[in-house]
Design a protein around this ligand. Structure first.
Ligand SMILES: [Zn+2]
Length: 165
């Protein structure tokens, strides 16, 4: 006679047959076995759950950190955009001021030129500066023959107003 082989309880059919035998032979032992089996299954499920939770936490953390990095980058880009916009509008303001000053200077230069021609004086210093390169301080009104057109434009009206008063 050959020795009885050890039943393979990992096979579900064999296991069910054995369990049924055990239930008829010793119901208490069968219940105990079922209880242990249930406990082991629950423990295994718990371990799996905790592994899953740990994995999810890790992913969530790295996701959060990615979101943070992304937000920081977006902030930085926005800040430099604002900075660039600010600088551009400052430059535009300065250009406006320079343009205005340039047109004022041109206006005064033209006015001085016409008055100098009307009064026959040096347009650089009106004869007030001895180191003037144009007149050496000699160009006070009347130094040159006045320009008739400019004289009529600038001087005549005030002389006539003076006569009337
Ligand atoms: Zn001068």
């Amino acid at each position: 006679m050959s020795e009885p082989s050890i039943p393979d309880i990992t096979d579900p059919v064999t296991k069910e047959v054995l369990l049924k035998q055990l239930e008829t032979q010793s119901p208490e032992l069968a219940m105990l076995y079922k209880g242990i089996e249930k406990y082991v299954q629950e423990q295994e499920a718990d371990v799996e759950d905790s592994l899953e939770i740990a994995y999810d936490d890790e992913i969530a953390q790295s996701y959060d950190s990615l979101v943070e990095q992304y937000n920081a980058l977006v902030d930085e880009v926005e800040r430099s955009e604002q900075e660039r916009f600010k600088r551009r509008s400052e430059i535009a303001k300065l250009k406006k001021i320079i343009k205005l000053q340039k047109s004022q200077i041109e206006f005064y230069a033209q006015l001085i030129k016409e008055l100098s021609l009307a009064l026959g004086m040096c347009p650089q210093c009106a004869g007030r500066k001895s180191d003037c390169r144009l007149c050496y301080g000699l160009g006070s009104p009347g130094y040159m023959r006045p320009d008739l057109k400019m004289l009529q434009k600038w001087v005549r009206p005030s002389v006539e107003a003076q006569r009337k008063s």
